[in-house]
Ligand binder design. Sequence first.
Ligand code: SAM
Length: 340
Amino acid sequence: MFHYAILLYPSANRVYTDSSAALLRAELAVFGEALGATLEDIGERRLGGVTYVTFSTAERLSTDDVTLLSNLSALYALFELTGDLLRPVELSPLDRFGTDLLTIQKYSGKTNELFTKLLLNVTLLSTSDPTAFLIRPLHVLDPLCGRGTTLNQAMDYGLDSTGIELDKRDFEAYEHFIKTWLRTKRVKHTADSGQLRRNKTMLGRRLELGFGLTKEQYKAGEVRHITFYNCDTVAGAGLLKGGSVDVIVTDAPYGVQHGSHRTGELSRSPRDLLAAAVPAWVRTLRSGGALGMSWNTHVTKREEITEILTAAGLEVRELGDFAHRVDQAILRDLVVARKP
Ligand SMILES: C[S@@+](CC[C@H](N)C(=O)[O-])C[C@H]1O[C@@H](n2cnc3c(N)ncnc32)[C@H](O)[C@@H]1O
């Protein structure tokens, strides 16, 4: 047997308090389904006073397996474990632009960037082609995108993305941030913004960005896209072509800082918003695509969420336990479902 140990980002402990290792174990189990090797004995161990997430395999991990595992959200370093000795394994994460793309923006209501990466990962791995994101630019939709944490993570993975957000301040803040970031980092890009209209009706504003992962790729016409619609999520989803999205990843309003805007007042539960929006989102999803969503279990029960997803024609997956405390008012959980 071969034994491995994962060192977690020290910052993960601050984000998830005591749950960081448990969340990584649950995420690792989802990665395990897409690996050549079979993961056994996923657990935790303390070495030199530090907690590691550990697992074993019958064969040594292949290069492809290490390439995939390098993208685990809270993974800081991977070691092969012989007795108590740790031998570093060379990582090759997909990251194209570096973490400041995700960490610079700080605002109340931001979905933590490590959690956003986790949610995107388990959703990508739940599609009919779980490792496709490593080799081609899939299309990610965040239909409640706030100031774009999912869009930035998709960009860092070299994927295309679309975000929809009703709040004008969030749209303006994202536009300002991303344009400044692209200029400062000298990333070759185009940016176009203006009014968003459908059938002569003004829906809101739009931002369309095209950027290259490298100067050479940009010159060769290999351009990735970020589109941001500042409008209601149902209207925004209606602008997308049916079946054009590979994964939908979103953090639903918690009912605390963010209300569901559909009723015009702060609603404690996002259930009504989701019941109206999920069918519109699912239409945009390709067959074999997946939807991953997190929500606050204090205001909406898992059964209510799975009922909405199932009624929209999705198949909810049975995954490990991802529930974790965000603060006193928020106990967050996630659900992933696939479009048959
Ligand atoms: C939990 S926040 C998402 C935060 C985001 N992931 C981020 O990191 O910035 C949920 C978002 O849903 C938005 N929202 C609520 N109702 C909406 C609607 N009907 N259409 C579009 N966006 C809506 C809220 O304004 C809020 O920004």
